[in-house]
Write a protein that binds this ligand. Sequence first.
Ligand code: 0L1
Ligand code: MG
Length: 260
Amino acid sequence: MTTSWTIDRAARVLLDREARRTDGGRITDEWPGLDVATAYQVQDALLARKKADGEAVVGVKLGLTSRAKQRRMGISSPLTGWLTDAMALPVDVPVPLGGLIHPRVEPEIVFVMAERLAGPGVTAATAMAAVGSVHAGVEIIDSRYTDFAFRLPDVVADNASSARFVVSPEGHDPRGLDLTLEACLLSVDGEVVDSATGAAVQGHPAEALALAANALAERGSAIEAGWLVLTGGMTDAVFVEPGRPITVEFTHLGRITVTG
Ligand code: 0L1
Ligand code: MG
């Protein structure tokens, strides 16, 4: 059983689940030897197939950068994933529920890069110097695993549960904001269900940005100028349900509402 899995097969299985909107068991249950480094190779193989289908990389995302997310998923290591143009959802366009498996929404602080950022050795300060603007964001995650139940290599291979994202077009100069104190309220159908500040994200979202640059450097990649960086869910994620709008409202970055 353990010998029949390969990087290519894992990528194909995950893409097939995504295309057929079906979830399934953890790859690590059948391939216990799948380690994190190999899982990133699966993630890259999956991206290569998306690129062959015409998708273009527009940025990177971090996952599991906040305690709220780490506690919920039972994994304490942050991870990265790729963002493509096909995942971008314009503001005010409903979440395509029919095209996803079991989407959940989480608030994120998003950077748009003014300059290329390449590790190793990137610090929060050098990372911030490369940022052009900061935006309110919403990530719509969708795991290709049943009940979002995965181990770290599973979720790395699954491109960090990436599905869709919404970024507010209104950008702010990060130098004028204290992102540790930037607060966000998460509401479902008008009722506040969770809240956090930017400090929830690795102490400061710039720490998450530096972490991504340094992690990508180990894989021979960098964060390119013009790319988006989703710094990770600030709170636990909530399921998208028809007729129950979800709003994220930040102190200074603005507000985004998504509907199912
Ligand atoms: O499915 C997940 O929650 C893993 C991806 C993490 C997303 C995030 O923390 O932003
Ligand atoms: Mg996220």
